[in-house]
Design a protein around this ligand. Structure first.
Ligand code: NOJ
Length: 503
């Protein structure tokens, strides 16, 4: 196995609740994933990333962890995890798991102990507790409302997310020690790497001062709180974790969720720091050639292999709905898979799943109750077979299926599935390197990325067909016109005429 496999890996994100249910409770689980991993292998991905499956009251669907080194009975047990890991490795898939170090669950034994121990105790010092008649500062929670909740003895505790997710105090050395053990626990078990939740959070400004302009906080974005994110000292935590990851053979990989503008996010990677970051420039960029070229350029300035190309995950609106058409979503698949470095696909993206308008009374996202914003529409379970219940579960699913879900099923072979498989096959056969230089441009409504001088990714992002550059079309997200032009909302991969790849 190559040590730097992650630099150009295609990682398939699995949201365990919604992938496959083996025990007919309507919620996906680890044995369900194990049984369906061959779908991921057949797609041609290199690795899977599992969002949290550790014990949790599930207030934020696992991002509220009450035990960092176990498996929630909803999803199975440690034996089921070991079986999943073994099956993945047998199929040649690496496994990344989520670690959530900014906050835990209010059901975590250490938070419970802090509540029981009372003000001024060493137990409370593990979190951010403070006195006051009103919230100790003006920070808003990312999920809406204040970032502080009062406990019966009058103190307040800080939670940048839901009130069920108290923030750890990273100024207390016991926090780093606790997480050292968490990392070692999973690395010793054989996981290949970690996706670090809110990796740009954790450290807060000393004294937790007021934000000068709390109204400037964009909803659902921590980054506008510069007193609680992107603090320089956070890199010390990453350095500590990198030395733990590097002490393993093969070294384990650290991928940070760094939801900052691309030019800031790229600074989180490099020797001694994180291997890779999720930077969300491509997630937030509108369907616009100039926006894509600018974002691509900013992301590509980072450590080669350090950025991830990603347009979907469990927190954002599915691309067919976000961009406004299934064709655009297919083009975006060719975009992320054609650029140098790692690409992340979210489960169901390969099926062209659209965002679902989940009925309000069925919505489960805690952000829905706090702010009226719901991420449930991208979390509806996977359709495997054409007819209800679509091979997901024998019980009603935890989020209801919309009508017509079967047209997207793996068994229905939707157009984006064949496209994703073909793109992955071609990607692995072309002489690509994560170190390839890439030059982005936008000519009116045509987006182009030229890679290593010989390969071009071209997308017609306007409402007209456009001629393709001279060369051999290797793959297109939809058929070209009879004149060989690129129709609107279509991407193509080309080998440019007169330019030979350097092998
Ligand atoms: C980012 C995760 O992707 C999201 O689902 C979660 O709600 C927040 N971090 C808080 O953990």
């Amino acid at each position: 196995m190559r040590e730097a496999w992650w630099r150009d890996a295609v990682v398939y994100q699995i949201y365990p609740r919604s992938f496959a249910d083996s025990d007919a409770d309507g919620v996906g689980d680890l044995p369900g994933i194990t049984a369906r991993l061959d779908h991921v292998a057949r797609l041609g991905a290199d690795a899977v990333w599992l969002t949290p499956f550790q014990p949790s009251p599930q207030a934020d669907h696992g991002y509220d962890v009450s035990d960092y080194t176990g498996v929630d009975p909803l999803f199975g047990d440690l034996d089921a995890f070991d079986a999943l890991l073994a099956r993945a490795h047998e199929l040649g898939l690496r496994v990344l798991i989520d670690v959530v170090p900014n906050h835990c669950s209010s059901a975590h034994p250490l938070f419970r102990a802090a509540l029981a121990a009372g003000p001024g105790s060493p137990e409370r010092a593990r979190f951010h507790f403070a006195d006051g008649d009103s919230p100790p500062n003006n920070w808003p929670s990312v999920f809406g409302g204040p970032a502080w909740t009062r406990v019966p003895d009058g103190q307040w505790y800080l939670h940048l997310y839901d009130s069920s997710q108290p923030d750890w105090n990273w100024d207390d050395p016991r926090t780093a020690e606790l997480f050292d053990d968490v990392l070692r626990f999973w690395f010793d078990r054989g996981v290949d790497g970690l996706r670090i939740d809110v990796a740009y959070g954790m450290v807060k400004a000393p004294g937790l001062p007021d934000l000068p302009d709390p109204d400037a906080m964009e909803p659902m974005r921590l980054r506008a709180n510069t007193l609680a994110s992107d603090r320089p000292e956070v890199h010390d935590i990453h350095r500590r974790w990198r030395s733990i990851a590097d002490s393993y053979d093969p070294p384990r990989v650290l991928v940070g969720e760094v939801n900052l503008p691309p030019e800031r996010a790229v600074g989180y990677t490099g020797p001694g720091l994180l291997h890779q970051v999720f930077a969300f420039g491509m997630v937030t960029a509108p369907w616009d050639a100039r926006a894509w070229a600018a974002t691509g350029t900013a992301l590509a300035t980072g450590t080669p292999g350090g950025v991830t190309w990603v347009v979907e995950n469990h927190d954002v609106v599915r691309t067919p709905s976000r961009y406004g058409s299934p064709a655009r979503a297919r083009a975006a698949i060719l975009a992320i898979l054609g650029l140098p470095g790692a690409a992340y696909l979210y489960q169901g993206q390969e099926l062209g799943l659209p965002e679902v308008d989940v009925p309000p009374d069925a919505r489960q996202d805690p952000a829905w109750a706090r702010s009226g914003f719901s991420r449930d529409g991208c979390r509806v379970p996977m359709p495997w077979t054409t007819d209800p219940p679509y091979g997901f579960s024998l019980a009603p699913p935890w989020l209801p299926f919309p009508p017509g879900w079967g047209q997207y099923a793996v068994e229905s072979d939707p157009p984006s599935l064949a496209l994703t498989r073909r793109a992955l096959e071609l990607r692995s056969s072309l002489p690509f390197s994560p170190d390839d230089e890439v030059v982005f441009s936008a000519d009116d409504d045509v987006f182009t990325a030229v890679r290593a001088g010989w390969f071009a990714l071209v997308i017609a992002m306007g409402d007209r067909a456009v001629p393709v550059p001279a060369g051999q079309v290797l793959l297109s997200s939809d058929p070209l016109t009879s004149d060989g032009w690129l129709p609107p909302d279509t991407a193509a991969w080309l080998r440019l005429s007169g330019a030979e790849p350097k092998i």
